[in-house]
Design a protein around this ligand. Structure first.
Ligand SMILES: [Fe+2]
Ligand SMILES: [Fe+2]
Length: 368
């Protein structure tokens, strides 16, 4: 029986036996163009992620940039600190759009399940909000827009990360690409790991540390607050992605060969090196509380955690996060004045471990 319960033929309108049985739903390889038979739900986790995302509405323009503007115009930041902030903005301002592009151009077409598609639509909107955030920051601080938004063409370490991701999108956009074969499913899983686990789960996290370290020092607090919102969104993107990948593998276990797992490990090795090279570029001399060695440890630490969530063995062996304070960032309810003007109580966030890169995988918050 077809997973979407609909063949290519015109349906027999009297055949109620054709009503969808949720047990027959599959994440991929159903009809790409069909009505969205969301209910009955099969993948409750995907629906829960959608609700969670919707509960986290925010807009960058709700955050005051006044203090950031004053600090940026003053002499309170060193040349090294400014360099790091600029390169951070240079990466994020365009990387967010790569994630949005990949959802729309690559993932949505092949994830044919309605529950998952519902979440993808929500996520795509959030990526647009994130891109908007960088527009707002650049405009508020009076930065050179062309410098920031063209940085991936001017800074090699940013270009290399973007190129790594864009190649994965292009693989799926190849007109001959399909998930009808095991090789096709593997290529698709590689794309999902490249974006959810590597881009959003590794590249973005070291970027969060850079900016949030300023907030710890009561500097650039407006950008810091915006990054906290982005981090909250990205934690959910990462958790959804891991769930999606693991469920696709469960439904297609034949693709998860030793050889393919090795390929994934090599992909992550490569990404870890790209991120360390980027940190080196952002922090050639280090700044207060941050240096390249700490980023090497952090990137390897969170990479190990992501591997465990994919059912793979940790690889780098860094057992403690050099930035334990990141664990507290997710506990947004403790933040004084945090968004209190419009949201009185946050949804419970039980996934602090994602921000710290500490603890175990789990998406316990879904059941809490
Ligand atoms: Fe994002
Ligand atoms: Fe994201």
């Amino acid at each position: 029986m077809s997973c979407c319960n609909v063949g290519d033929q015109r349906p027999d309108f009297h055949d109620l036996g054709k009503r969808i049985n949720p047990e027959n739903k599959r994440l991929i390889n159903c009809k790409a163009v069909d009505v969205n038979q969301l209910m009955p739900l099969k993948y409750h986790w995907a629906w829960e992620f959608y609700l969670k995302g919707c509960a986290n509405n925010w807009m960058p323009t709700e955050v005051s940039m006044q203090r950031d503007i004053e600090i940026w115009k003053s002499n309170r930041l060193t040349a090294d600190e400014r360099r790091m902030i600029m390169r951070n903005l240079g990466f994020f301002s365009t990387a967010e759009s790569l994630v949005g592009n990949n959802i729309v151009l690559a993932i949505f077409r092949h994830v044919t399940n309605p529950e998952a598609r519902q979440y993808l639509l929500r996520q795509a909107f959030e990526e647009a909000v994130h891109t908007h955030t960088f527009h707002y920051i650049v405009e508020s601080l009076g930065l050179d827009e062309r410098e920031v938004f063209n940085m991936y063409h001017e800074v090699n370490s940013i270009y290399e990360k973007d190129e790594f991701e864009m190649k994965l999108t292009q693989d799926i956009m190849d007109p001959n690409f399909s998930t009808a074969t095991d090789d096709g499913i593997r290529t698709f899983i590689k794309n999902l790991i490249g974006f959810y686990v590597i881009m959003e789960g590794i590249f973005f996290y070291s970027g969060f540390v850079m900016i949030l370290s300023f907030k710890n020092r009561a500097l650039m607090t407006g950008i810091g607050e915006q990054f906290e919102y982005i981090l909250r969104d990205e934690s959910i993107h990462l958790s959804f992605g891991i769930e999606l990948i693991n469920n696709i593998i469960n439904e297609n276990p034949q693709v998860w060969t030793d050889e393919f797992q090795q390929e994934i490990l090599e992909l992550i090795d490569h990404a870890v090196e790209l991120e360390i090279a980027y940190a080196q570029d952002c922090l050639p001399n280090g700044i207060i509380g941050l240096n390249v060695g700490m980023f090497r440890d952090y990137v390897q630490y969170i990479a190990d955690r992501r591997l465990v969530r994919l059912g793979l063995k940790p690889r780098y062996g860094v057992e403690e996060s050099p930035f334990p304070w990141m664990a507290k960032v997710m506990d947004l309810k403790k933040e004084k004045n945090f968004f209190e003007s419009r949201v009185t109580e946050y949804q419970p966030l039980g996934f602090e471990s994602d921000s710290a890169g500490g603890g175990n995988s789990s998406d316990d918050w879904l059941s809490s």
